[in-house]
Structures are given as C-alpha cells and as structure tokens.
Design a protein around this ligand. Structure first.
Ligand SMILES: *[C@@H]1O[C@H](CO)[C@@H](O)[C@H](O)[C@H]1NC(C)=O
Ligand SMILES: *[C@@H]1O[C@H](CO)[C@@H](O)[C@H](O)[C@H]1NC(C)=O
Length: 191
C-alpha cells in the first residue's frame, strides 16, 4: 500500500512527464521551419483610386492635430492629417476599369512645407489569390513628380517575404478635394 507521500510523488512525476511531452510537441512544431523557396520576381501594374470626396470615399479623415493649418485649395490634406483607406485598385486608369484589388491602411500627411504623405498600406491583389498582398511603408512626396518611389517592406500569401519597390506616376490629382488616381509599377522579390 502506497503512502500519501509516494502518491503525491507519482502525481508529480506524471505531471512532469506530460509537461515535457508538451514541450517536445511544441519544439517539434517549431522545427517545421518555414523554408523559403527560390526567389521569384513579380511585376505588377495597376491604378490606385484615392477618393476623398463623395458619398463612398476610399480615404476618410480620422484625426488632425489641433495646431494643423486649415485645409485649403492646393493643400487639401494639411500636415498631421491621418486618413484611413480602403482604396480601389483597377487594371486601367478609369474607375470603371476591372477591379484588381484594394489598398487598406492609412496615410499621414507628413510634410510641413509641402504635400507629402507617409503610407502604411497593405495592397491585396485578388488575381493572385485572396490573401496575397504586399505591404508598403514609405514616404510619398506627392508633388515630386513621376517615378517617385515607395519601399515595399513585406508581403503575405503568394508574396510572402516580399521586398521591392513601387514607382508612381500621378494620373490625376484634384488639389481642391484631394481626389487622386495614381499609376503603380511594382517590382516584388518574394518566395
Ligand atoms: C476572392 O474572393 C472573392 C470574393 O470573396 C471571390 O469572388 C474571388 O473569386 C476570389 N478570388 C480568388 C482568386 O480566389
Ligand atoms: C510603368 O511601366 C510602363 C511600361 O513599361 C510604362 O509605360 C509606365 O510609364 C510606367 N509607369 C511608372 C509610373 O513607372
């Protein structure tokens, strides 16, 4: 007949073994490491519609500093304005053109002296399977002209581990209300 002490000891040993088994299972799962395949290059071309006006805007003001200058013609997004976005991406420059994805995230008006934005946006391209996107976190000097460059810092799905760059050209900009159509040429290196 076992004493209560030896029963407790047995219980302790059983618990210890099961904890060790859990640790072993977790270690095994962690060992199934993601192995990146060979690097691929994907080039994308589309148009982003950043619509601030109208009843169904793709970009909505969520905050603006109390000390910010007032919105005025030529400067529709004064310094410190933060916008939430769900911008439509289309194949061609027209809004009626085929929709190829959406760019969700935010941008902040970051230029004290001129229109400049910092974008943190996830571009999902439905042609590449839902859940495939690349991520931009970069400065966009809107008035710097064509060929300005954004940094691609990551990706999901087919674009996992993406790095790369996007070259932008303003197709259309209404400096009164901020509506814009921007052409994107994106080069992605991913696995
Ligand atoms: C992505 O999702 C949309 C809406 O759910 C669907 O219509 C479309 O076929 C999906 N695309 C792919 C490539 O799976
Ligand atoms: C994108 O690439 C096309 C084809 O090479 C070119 O005509 C267009 O000017 C480029 N646009 C940008 C913004 O780089």
């Amino acid at each position: 007949m076992r004493t209560p002490t030896s029963l407790l000891l047995l219980l302790f040993v059983v618990l210890l073994v099961s904890v060790q088994r859990d640790d072993a299972a977790a270690a095994a799962a962690a060992n199934e490491e993601y192995q990146p395949g060979p690097e691929k290059v994907t080039k994308l071309h589309f148009y982003l519609h950043d619509t601030l006006s109208g009843k169904d805007p793709g970009a909505v003001l969520v905050a603006r500093g109390a000390a910010a200058p007032l919105a005025r013609p030529g400067d529709p997004t004064p310094f410190s304005s933060v916008y939430a976005t769900d911008d439509v991406l289309t194949e061609g420059p027209q809004r009626a053109s085929r929709v190829v994805g959406s760019a969700q995230g935010l941008y902040v008006s970051s230029g004290r002296k001129g229109l400049s934005l910092v974008l943190g946006m996830d571009f999902e391209l439905t042609d590449h399977g839902n859940g495939s996107s690349f991520v931009v976190f970069s400065r966009n000097p809107v008035l710097a002209g064509d060929g300005r460059e954004l940094a691609v810092v990551g990706g999901r799905g087919k674009f996992r581990m993406a790095r790369g760059f996007a070259l932008l050209r303003t197709q259309y900009l209404d400096t009164g209300n901020g509506d814009a159509i921007v052409e994107y040429n994106v080069t992605l290196f991913h696995h």
